[in-house]
Write a protein that binds this ligand. Sequence first.
Ligand SMILES: [Zn+2]
Ligand SMILES: [Zn+2]
Length: 349
Amino acid sequence: MSKALRLSEKWFRLALWLVAFVFASFLIGLGGTVVENLPKVEHSYTLEDFIDKDAANTTRAAIRATQETRQAADEKLDQEQLGLNKAQADAASARETFSNWLATRHATQRAEQDPELIARTRELDRLKALERKALARVEAQRQIQLDAQQAEQHAQQELNKLEQAASGKLGWELSSQELRVFGYRLALTLPLLGIAGWLFAKKRKSTWWPFVWGFIYFALFAFFVELVPYLPSYGGYVRYVVGIIITVLVGRYAILALNRYLEKQKLAEALPDVERRKELSYDTALARLAKKVCPGCERPVELTNTTIDYCPHCGICLFDHCGGCSARKSAFSRFCHACGTSARETAGS
Ligand SMILES: [Zn+2]
Ligand SMILES: [Zn+2]
C-alpha cells in the first residue's frame, strides 16, 4: 500500500480499513457459530468410567451394610445401657435396704426372722444376676459395634485402592482427550492460518486488500482464541516450545524481508538516475520528501538548503531546473511551479 496523499484517497483508505475490520468481525462471528454448533465429540470422563465396577459396587454395598449395622448397634446399645443403669440402681438400692435391715436384726437378735433373711439374700442375688445379664447385653452390642466399624474401615481401604487405580487411568484418558481436542481445533485453524499466510505474502497489496486483511485478522483471532487456549500444557513445555517456534518463524521472516529490502535498495541505487526515478511512484516520492528523507535511499537530506541538488548518500537528483524558465524546482514534480511547463516534455527533449 503506497502512501496516499490525495485527501479523498486518504478517506477512502480509512473507509476500506473499516471494511476490513467489519469483514473480519463477521467472519469471526460466523466461525464462532460454526464451532459452537459442531457436535460435542468428546465425552466428559469421571472416575466412575474407569473404576472396576463390580468390585466397587461390592465394597460400597459392604460399607453401607456395615454402616447400617453400626447404627442399629448404636441404638440398641443406648437401650441396653439404660437397662443396665436401671438394674444397677435396683441392685444398689436393694443392697442398701438389706444392710439397714441387717443392722436392725443384729440389734434385736430375733431368731424368727431367719427365713426372711434367706429370702432377702435370694432377692439380692437375683438382682445381682439381672445386673450381670444387662451388662453382658451392653458388652454384646459394643462388640457388634466394633466389628462393624472395623469391617467398614477395611471396605473403605479396599475402595480407596480401587479409586486410586481408576484415577491413574482417568488422568491418562484426560490428557489424551486434551490432545485430541487440540487436534480437532488445529485441523480447523491450520488451513485458515495457511491461507492467511499465503494472502499476507502474496496478496496484501492487491486491489482487494481490505478483504485480504479482513481474512488475515480473522485467522489470527481464530489462532489466538480458538487454538492457543487449548494447547496441551505438559507442564508448560508445549506452550514455551510453540512460542519459541513462532518467534523464530516471525523473526526469520522479518530478517529475510530486511535483507531483501536492503538488496533491492542496493540494486536500485546502482541504476542510472532516470531509471530510478521511473521505479519510484509519484506519491511515494512526495511522501518521502514530506518526511525530509531522500526518495531514493530514504536517508535524511537537507531539502531547504538551496545549494544541495543531489542526494549526498545515493546521488539521485533532488532538484533540477525547468526546461522552459530555468527556475530551480523539485526533480520529482511533474510540472514547473513557476511556468507550468511539463517536466516530462523537457526531460524528453
Ligand atoms: Zn539518496
Ligand atoms: Zn518553468
